[in-house]
Design a protein around this ligand. Structure first.
Ligand SMILES: [Zn+2]
Ligand SMILES: [Zn+2]
Length: 188
């Protein structure tokens, strides 16, 4: 299994590679990074947001037409919503193997704070891995430090570690049907 990460131009200028590598290493799955060639649909001018479900429908169509079996994560720059909620950080459609996250609310600037690249990469990694976790079959977790915890605010998001809790990691390992490489003992 592989993961394709599509980057919307301008979503995360220059930081795509470190973010993608970190996502791949947390999941233990190889990641291919590509500039997004898919039209980001569902823009609602009144809300200045895009409908995440319409974007997933577009990704679904793309996967079917191109016969792509890899999981796809689209990192979009537009702020996202779904019907009935003000915004979403991201959305995953497990049966299709496609997910989308937005960098709009992961940037300090959105909240009137000074920009911070390290924080931005960290948030993209946490959110991106969370949605991919759904695609791999994981549900939400009540451990507020676990990647699968559903954050409602930026502070909750920043309270998460870039790692799965032991329970979710165990589930993930079972779902992937592999045993992870044991970490060698350190000599000191
Ligand atoms: Zn979730
Ligand atoms: Zn967990």
């Amino acid at each position: 299994m592989r993961i394709k990460i599509f980057w919307d131009s301008g979503a995360l200028s220059g930081l795509e590679t470190p973010a993608s590598r970190a996502i791949g290493s947390i999941l233990g799955i190889p990641v291919d990074l590509e500039e997004n060639g898919i039209l980001v649909t569902g823009y609602d001018r009144r809300r200045n947001q895009s409908d995440a479900q319409k974007i997933l429908a577009r990704l679904q169509l793309y996967k079917k037409k191109q016969r792509v079996t890899d999981l796809i994560l689209l990192v979009a720059k537009n702020d996202l919503f779904v019907k009935g909620s003000d915004f979403v950080f991201g959305l995953a459609r497990e049966p299709v193997g496609a997910a989308v996250i937005s960098t709009a609310r992961l940037k300090n600037e959105f909240y009137g704070r000074e920009g911070n690249d390290d924080l931005l990469v960290s948030r993209v990694v946490t959110e991106g891995t969370h949605e991919l976790g759904h695609l791999l079959g994981l549900d939400h977790c009540s451990d507020s430090q676990c990647i699968m915890f559903p954050p409602e605010t930026l502070d909750q998001l920043d309270g998460k570690k870039k790692a799965f809790c032991p329970v979710c990691l165990g589930l993930l390992t079972a779902l992937l049907g592999t045993t992870r490489e044991p970490v060698p003992d350190s000599s000191t």
